[in-house]
Design a protein around this ligand. Structure first.
Ligand code: G6P
Length: 591
């Protein structure tokens, strides 16, 4: 959600900034802009829509030659996606780009208006630029500090001053790193944006201001220069290439066997010893957003069903504001690919304020959630570029399955320990087998791509899996889709079933298969076109996918890849912008 890149060095920044913005496209955006600086001139070019529109505009402008610039992709929050609202924003001496939300922007806008400041945009960012400008009396650090003291909300900022040849950066609750190069330095929302130029970076913490020149980076806190540790990323340069696939989404789905093996390895090698012991807790709260929440739903089902452990699941945007009745022996598990989702961060901090232990299942090791949670389990997804998560979701589910299994083991609820761990080792091969059956998924996509409404049904764990299948389909193909507990459909929703309407039924849980099958018959008799995704073959069923049967802990890990590929193929037939669905953002850093 919003992307920032900044450059200072001996090269012309335009190409570097545009490449950086393209690497950040996956975060979601609806306009883009760039500011170039040379001597006392700052030139700003902005456009709505895709980055190619900005490139076109840049081609038609006579740009100043420059060695310092900032650029931004904006995902609209305050004000519509227009050129005026796009970043960078300028007020007097100050030009800046911003990721986050200034919560007291309107109050500050009124105050500044009373001081004679006028505004051209509807954004909170312009207010911030104006505020810093009001305080700017030739000392950037002083102006930034004074302005931010008045600001409530979240921000990552890249700031230029008209009369200075350097770059400033500061952040709070929004990601921003400083890339360290040779005779050049960078700022970026994530390392992927600058990996072509450097693998060295500094993490900026809350309250720190970075002063960046071509050759130096000073990080200042409370007037003192800090001794910050330079870190090296092991992100490969080609990790952000599509490697021959048409879309990142497809590439990332195909990576699932490899990343699962990598994620499971340390745990399977040591008989799950390295996983935390959940038995010391009386109840588990799993909190997350979007697909991560659906991964948590599978975790909750497994913990309750097989480990006899009380588990609740909540969306973070609700959890953060609800009256949570904590038990001293509660553990809060936060699931987040990015580790920067604003609501999930807030849920974590709420638990910590109540002195409740937090455990994060997270992909980005440098993220806020990774750094602030009490314990972490890292998934090894590598960078995930497509907005709709696929491989990270699979790993979140995989880790929840191992945690539930370990808990069941500790509670002596497992009869055949050897069997489940052997099944876990087979998973990468079995997922690959499922992924290799693309022709089957293409056929199903052909059956549904012209429809506008689809249902998914399932019971117990199959309902949790249905939720993710439904979300994946709607977010990438824009087909309206809903997931229902199979037994609940007849309490109202069945009235929507009509001739030819696709209904996906997920049927893997042996204890409840017959019941789901009756529900399938109910929708069939009302004209539904049923598509059964199961771990057994069903007689007299035209459209079906049969995946290998495996331990129930891992069965969703063979079902979801089929649903992801069906969503992908359907979106492709509908000509959708698969990697960047409209209105969506990869990392939702505002609430
Ligand atoms: C956004 C993404 C989803 C993701 C959710 C949570 O909505 O589009 O794919 O599941 O955020 O993100 P997180 O980084 O916390 O897992």
């Amino acid at each position: 959600m919003c992307g920032i890149i900044g450059y200072i060095g001996s090269k012309n920044p335009v190409e570097i900034l545009i490449n950086g913005l393209k690497s950040l496209e996956y975060r979601g955006y609806d306009s883009a802009g760039i500011a170039l600086k040379e001597k006392d001139k700052i030139e700003v070019v902005k456009s709505i829509g895709k980055i190619v529109n900005l490139e076109e505009k840049l081609k038609n402008e006579e740009l100043i030659s420059s060695h310092l610039g900032i650029a931004h992709t904006r995902w609209a929050t305050h004000g519509r996606p227009t050129v005026e609202n796009a970043h960078p924003h300028t007020a007097g001496n100050v030009t800046l780009v911003h990721n986050g939300i200034i919560e007291n922007a309107e109050e500050l806008r009124e105050k500044l208006k009373n001081e004679g400041v006028s505004f051209y945009s509807e954004t909170d960012t312009e207010v911030l630029a104006a505020l810093i400008n009001q305080y700017y009396k030739k000392d950037p650090i002083e102006a930034i500090t004074k302005a931010l003291n008045e600001v409530k909300g979240s921000y990552a900022l890249g700031i230029l001053f008209k009369d200075r040849e350097d770059l400033y950066a500061v952040r709070k609750d929004s990601p921003l790193i400083i890339g360290i190069g040779k005779e050049e330095n960078f700022i970026a929302s994530d390392i992927a944006a600058i990996i072509d130029y450097t693998n060295q970076y500094l993490l900026l913490e809350e309250g720190e201001i970075a002063h960046i020149t071509k050759d130096t980076v000073e990080v200042i806190k409370d007037g003192k220069i800090l001794d910050k540790k330079i870190q090296t990323t092991n992100l490969e340069k080609d990790a952000k290439d599509k490697c021959g696939y048409d879309h990142y989404m497809l590439k990332e789905i195909m990576e699932e066997p490899v990343v699962l093996e990598k994620t499971f390895e340390p745990y399977l090698q040591h008989h799950l010893e390295k996983l935390p012991d959940l038995t010391k807790y009386e109840e588990i709260h799993i909190v997350a957003c979007g697909s991560a929440m659906y991964a948590g739903m599978i975790g909750k089902t497994l913990l309750e069903e097989y480990a006899n452990t009380k588990a609740e699941i909540d969306v973070a945007s609700e959890y953060r504001y609800k009256n949570i009745i904590y038990n001293k022996k509660t553990l809060v598990i936060l699931i987040s690919q990015s580790g920067e989702t604003a609501d999930t961060i807030a849920a974590m901090r709420k638990a910590q304020e109540h002195k409740i232990d937090t455990l994060a299942i997270v992909n980005v090791k440098t993220s806020t959630i990774a750094r602030e949670s009490d314990q972490q389990i890292f998934i090894e997804a590598g960078p995930e570029i497509a907005v709709a998560t696929t491989k990270a979701y699979i790993l979140q589910v995989g880790i929840m399955a191992l945690l539930a299994y370990k808990t069941a083991l500790e509670k002596n609820l497992v009869k055949d320990e050897h069997h489940v761990l052997e099944e876990a080792k087979k998973l990468p091969r079995l997922i690959k087998e499922v992924l290799d059956r693309r022709e089957e998924y293409k056929k199903i996509a052909q059956e549904i791509y012209k429809k506008e409404d689809v249902f998914f049904i399932g019971r117990k764990i199959d309902y949790a899996t249905s939720q993710e299948g439904s979300l994946k389909l709607k977010e990438v193909s824009y087909i309206h889709s809903e997931a229902y507990q199979a037994g609940e459909l007849k309490h109202g929703t069945i009235s929507l079933i009509n001739e030819g309407m696709p209904v996906f039924a997920i049927v893997t849980d042996d204890s409840i298969k017959d019941k789901t099958f009756s529900n399938i018959e109910e929708v069939k008799s009302r004209g539904a076109k049923t598509i059964i995704i199961s771990n057994e073959h069903w007689e007299n069923q035209k459209l079906q996918v049969t995946v290998p049967k495996i331990s129930p802990y891992f069965q969703p890990l063979l079902i979801v890849p089929t649903l992801q590929l069906i969503a992908y193929e359907t979106a492709k037939l509908r000509g959708c912008d698969i990697d960047k669905p409209k209105n969506l953002a990869k990392s939702v850093t505002v609430e």
